[in-house]
Design a protein. Structure first.
Length: 453
């Protein structure tokens, strides 16, 4: 069987979603240039750590470091990688070829391909966690600012997509703020479990690294800003899965927020709307349209990230001491999940920053359906005199009157209660938001102090 003499330049299938919506910082972390640079960086850190411990000479280390600066022939690298199955053998041979013949070649001494690639992955995931933290901070700050401004803005609360009881916009947004505070904490807690050096040799025994392998890992990890562990993780991919799960949760929060904006910007609701602009969200045939395109993009990005992340637990099923196909799943899925999640968070922050809030529409909607949203409030107000169950029955019957006879709920309740006793003053929507403002305050304090417990 003949093998191709060259590998065509990488050319991803065109994705309209990621062409229009991207986080450049996360894209750079998972770029081809960054991957190759990190592989070389790991090889250099290995040589430096070995020289510091006397495993190789200073001259040999200097020769390796100088050779690592040599330009890599990308065509040759990917041609060799397609033949071998992995890129490190070709990379190491290219570096070794640049070492003077008078100096013993010590590049990649005692390591295995996956050590180099997994350590480079740990560097990428460390930086990806940092970028996700930045994006969570940006989104959280945008939401916190909006929640502060609308701490007391009364609006309909909705359950099962129908009006339920009054709440405030600040309280609604506070739920997202508190959730992002927990996400921020999760990202911080995950860092030491994910940013872990890999250096254990061919079968995970460190045999080729010698008796000082622990000291070697410790020194190399310190150079790279990673954590060292004496237990190999070649096939223990729980850290990779955890990263994917973190992305899934972040994406889900961004999508939920975007869905809230879309639902509240419906023509019949009109309580929120995305930023306006010439032809922003326009239709090619309906001139009146102002579609919530930012929120739509966030949902598309988030749903795709969640679907792809579902493949990562399968990559954690690798057997024995080295994967046989499962590892390759990560090569495609991890960069995609990270980049899609980052773009979703970035897009969500942009949506929030440009949101238009319409308190007048909220007030109109509070009085929709004859003010049925106040049913629970009236029941609670009547309960001391009637008992809870009778109060429930009275207000239930009054609600049916509203639907049949076009009364307001207050009129119907007073009519139903006329024969019983004087109802007195009934609460308004502004009177019946409970601890909504306090909920907002608590979430904002949590966000600003960073203390979730």
């Amino acid at each position: 069987m003949s093998l191709p003499s060259a590998v065509a330049p990488a050319r991803e299938p065109f994705s309209l979603l990621t062409r229009l919506h991207v986080d450049p910082e996360m894209q750079e972390i998972f770029s081809e240039d960054r991957s190759i640079a990190d592989w070389l960086r790991v090889e250099g850190a290995l040589a430096e750590a070995q020289a510091a411990l006397g495993h190789i000479s200073a001259t040999e280390c200097d020769a390796v470091l100088a050779a690592l600066e040599t330009a890599i022939d990308r065509d040759a690298l990917w041609r060799d990688a397609a033949n071998v199955g992995y890129p490190i053998l070709g990379l190491v041979r290219a570096v070794a070829a640049a070492i003077p013949g008078s100096v013993p070649e010590r590049v990649h001494y005692g390591a295995t391909t996956q050590d180099i690639m997994d350590t480079a992955l740990a560097l990428a995931l460390r930086d990806a966690l940092g970028r996700l933290q930045e994006l969570v901070d940006e989104l959280g700050e945008a939401l916190a600012s909006l929640a502060t401004a609308h701490r007391d803005t009364v609006m309909p609360g909705r359950t099962h997509a129908q009006q339920a009881v009054p709440t405030t916009l600040g309280a609604k947004l506070a739920v997202f703020v508190a959730q992002l505070a927990r996400h921020r904490e999760r990202l911080e807690q995950a860092l030491p479990r994910i940013a872990v050096l890999s250096l254990h040799g061919a079968g995970g025994t460190s045999a080729a690294l010698g008796p000082e392998s622990t000291a070697l890992r410790t020194r190399m990890a310190a150079q790279l800003g990673l954590r060292a562990d004496d237990v190999p993780w070649h096939v223990a991919r729980d850290g990779v899965v955890e990263f994917g799960q973190l992305c899934t949760q972040l994406a889900a929060t961004a999508a939920r927020l975007a869905r809230e904006v879309i639902d509240l910007s419906r023509t019949e609701v009109g309580e929120l709307s995305e930023a306006s602009g010439h032809h922003r969200g326009a239709s090619s045939t309906m001139p009146q349209k102002r579609n919530p395109i930012g929120s739509e993009a966030v949902i598309g990005l988030a749903v795709t990230a969640q679907a792809l992340a579902a493949a990562l637990p399968r990559a954690a099923e690798a057997g024995h001491e080295r994967a046989a196909g499962e590892w390759q799943v990560e090569w495609h899925v991890l960069p995609q999940v990270a980049c899609l999640t980052a773009a979703a968070l970035r897009g969500a922050a942009e949506v929030v920053a440009g949101l238009d809030v319409d308190p007048a529409a909220m007030q109109r909607n509070l009085h929709a359906d004859g003010g049925l949203i106040m049913a629970e409030a009236y029941m609670i107000a009547l309960a001391p005199a009637l008992g809870r169950q009778q109060a429930h029955d009275v207000v239930y019957a009054a609600a049916q009157d509203v639907r049949v006879r076009a009364l307001t709920l207050e009129e119907a309740v007073r009519e139903r209660c006329g024969a019983l006793e004087d109802v007195g003053a009934l609460p308004t929507s502004g009177d019946y938001v409970g601890s909504a403002p306090a909920v907002c305050d608590t979430a904002l304090t949590t966000w600003r102090t960073g203390r979730t417990r």
